[in-house]
Design a protein around this ligand. Structure first.
Ligand code: NDP
Length: 330
């Protein structure tokens, strides 16, 4: 028997409720690799899946947790053996499949990546899906020409998970980082991560009718979308790129016009972490181990246990979580 956060649905009322329960290994789904989970995290999607599911969860009872790191216990796949340290992010684990909010998880070998040298399982989950996605976004900007010295790189939703890790990595790589936040009280935190400029959210979240604004940003990691992305596109320097990661501010790109694309050659790069191919996952984790200052990572961490998850799930949906939550499932 082991502990797990189980979400159950009352068929009569349609309401869901989440609580820590003891479950048996026989309850786990069929798959090649059983992992003794050490750490998981809290992402926006986790908030949805701990709550009513947001259309992501297919079947109840459900174990959420879209990412985890731990040690292989048993494996019928030759790529993994007992004792190997592994990370899982994406592949709809924690949504369509049981996830990491348990002391054990059983998953497909294809979904795992080996823990990179230089990171512990706890550090890997301090990075988590949010930080992994921030790295994918930075790699995409680099692949499209971004180099230190080109000018300020804007990070929106900077005090959130994706934004915090993006800020720390970009600063370590030698970029000037401008951090957009709606929480002025996070200024010291963001400067500590390496932001050299704080941009209040109100400066960017109003829709304008202007076709273009002055060329300001050499790159952008955007986890907000909405009106902010519409504005930011008009402020990009000639030939630069925005990596679109999330929709914390809305699913539409409000006020967006074609002008930045056709008059300034601006690129909008879509970033998906869920179905990312294996080789690029390994590349991103190796870059994280090399390019993220681990002291700064530690400054982002808020420790938690399985029992804290119902509260934290509700908080992340309201944009109230700062940095990265690391859930010690044991
Ligand atoms: P967090 O909740 O940790 O961070 C989001 C941040 O966005 C908040 O902290 C806040 O930053 C800002 N924000 C929230 N609401 C608004 C608003 N209405 N207007 C403007 N800014 C707002 O989430 P994550 O960092 O984990 O994820 C960010 C987004 O990226 C989510 O939409 C998530 O679903 C998505 N995502 C996408 C992935 C992919 O594969 N593409 C993978 C991981 C996440 P501040 O307080 O500093 O203003």
């Amino acid at each position: 028997m082991f502990k797990a956060l189980v979400v159950r649905k009352d068929e009569e009322t349609g309401k869901t409720s989440a609580a820590v329960e003891e479950i048996s290994e026989n309850d786990l789904p069929e798959a090649e690799v059983t992992v003794a989970v050490e750490y998981s995290t809290v992402n926006y999607k986790d908030g949805l899946c701990i709550g009513p599911g947001g259309g992501l969860v297919r079947k109840y009872p459900h174990i959420p947790g879209i990412d985890f790191a731990g040690t292989v216990e048993t494996s019928s796949d030759p790529r993994y053996k007992p004792g190997d340290k592994v990370i899982l992010t994406g592949w709809r684990v924690g949504e369509a499949h049981w996830g990491g909010y348990a002391q054990k998880a059983r998953v497909r070998a294809d979904w795992l990546v080996p823990l990179p040298e230089g990171l512990t399982t706890r550090q890997a989950m301090a990075v988590g899906t949010a930080g992994f996605t921030a790295m994918l976004a930075i790699m995409a900007l680099e692949d499209h020409g971004l180099k230190p010295g080109h000018g300020p790189v804007l990070v929106t939703g900077a005090a959130g998970g994706v934004g915090s890790v993006a800020t720390a990595i970009l600063a370590k790589l030698g970029h000037e980082v401008a951090a957009v936040t709606g929480r002025p009280e996070t200024e010291d935190y963001l400067r500590g991560l390496g932001a050299s400029r704080i941009v209040p959210r109100e400066e960017l979240n109003e829709v304008t009718r202007k076709p273009l604004e002055s060329e300001t940003w050499a790159g952008c990691v955007d986890s907000v979308a909405g009106a902010m992305l519409g504005r930011v596109l008009k402020q990009m320097k000639y030939g630069t790129s925005v990596a679109a990661v999330g929709l914390a501010g809305g699913a539409a790109i409000e006020g967006a016009l074609i002008t930045p694309f056709i008059l300034r050659g601006v690129n909008l790069l879509g970033i998906d972490s869920v179905m990312q191919p294996y080789d690029n996952r390994v590349r991103a984790w190796q870059r994280i181990a090399r390019d993220l200052d681990l002291d700064k990572l530690e400054a982002m961490v808020q420790p938690a246990t399985l029992e804290d998850l119902p509260r934290l799930g509700a908080e992340i949906l309201k944009g109230q979580v700062r940095g990265r939550v690391v859930v010690d499932v044991n």
